[in-house]
Write a protein that binds this ligand. Structure first.
Ligand code: NAD
Length: 247
């Protein structure tokens, strides 16, 4: 199965990548679902909502500070670097990610569509125009919640919070890419969070092949057009990119 997948990647002329939290698991970022997912301990839907940020910004910021500081020193793993090589080799390989950790860009990838935003920057909740890089180092000394130095309102992480719409331009380009690609590599997503989860289905319905990399079964169907590689991103992506011998 892996050899067929390697060949399909090699031959693809309009490939696309779609990633979720499992893509970053081997870099040390925890997923939401799965055996050691954050939802076993926390209620991210409450902690990550716009209503929560407005009513209790301190609690929401404690959660983001914890996640950012847990992510301190987190680096892209071999699977990320393999994707960067593949992107360089193909010339065009858009990467759509549900992740907010910024690791695709940190690995040197371009044309990255962060459909849920990025926790590496923050901006003024009241939209006065202030925005800033959000590093764990900066947060160590900052008050909770951090406030806008320009107008005094609370800052917000630049991620899409529950209760907010996804960025329309990024979503519409993602769906256009999905409907036009001939191959989509789907990595580390449970394919449960909509509307993002519709992206691989849109590709499938338009005749693309899906190569799925995930140790666990997901919502994707078992079919001729879906190749499910039940292993980790850091093991499989270097193989798909031709960086390691075939197995
Ligand atoms: P999810 O938590 O629902 O699912 C993660 C999937 O990754 C699971 O199916 C799991 O089996 C798989 N997985 C675990 N380890 C893996 C590995 N080493 N290689 C490949 N797959 C692996 O994640 P989701 O589908 O992305 O949806 C959750 C939402 O939470 C997303 O919208 C995302 O924005 C957000 N989130 C982001 C981060 C991050 O930025 N790193 C972390 C947690 C959650």
């Amino acid at each position: 199965m892996i050899n067929r997948a390697i060949e399909l990647v090699r031959r693809s002329v309009r490939p696309l990548v779609f990633t979720g939290a499992g893509m970053s698991r081997e870099s040390g970022m925890r997923t939401f679902r799965g055996d050691d997912g954050l939802w076993k301990e926390y209620r991210p839907e409450q902690l990550s909502s716009i209503a929560g940020l407005r009513s209790d910004p301190g609690v929401v910021w404690d959660w983001y500070k914890m996640r950012l500081m847990t992510g301190e020193g987190v680096e892209p793993h071999a699977g990320y670097h393999a994707l960067t090589c593949l992107q360089n080799e193909k010339g065009e390989l858009p990467v759509i990610t549900q992740n907010v950790d910024g690791l695709h860009k940190l690995a040197g990838q371009t044309d990255v569509l962060e459909i849920h935003g990025s926790m590496r920057t923050a901006s003024c909740l009241e939209k006065c125009g202030f925005s800033t890089g959000l590093t764990p180092e900066l947060l160590h000394g900052a008050p909770t919640p951090p406030v806008c130095p320009s107008c005094g309102a609370v800052l917000r992480p630049d991620i899409v919070l529950f209760g907010e719409p996804l960025p329309p331009k990024i979503i519409s380009r993602s769906y256009e890419l999905a409907e036009d690609c001939d191959l989509i590599i789907v990595v580390g997503t449970s394919v449960q969070v909509w509307p993002a989860a519709g992206i691989p289905f849109a590709a499938l319905e338009n005749g693309a092949i899906v190569i799925e990399i995930n140790p666990a079964q997901t919502e994707l169907p078992q079919s001729e057009s879906v190749i499910s590689l039940r292993r980790k991103a850091g093991e499989i992506l270097p193989l798909l990119a031709g960086l390691k011998g075939k197995v």
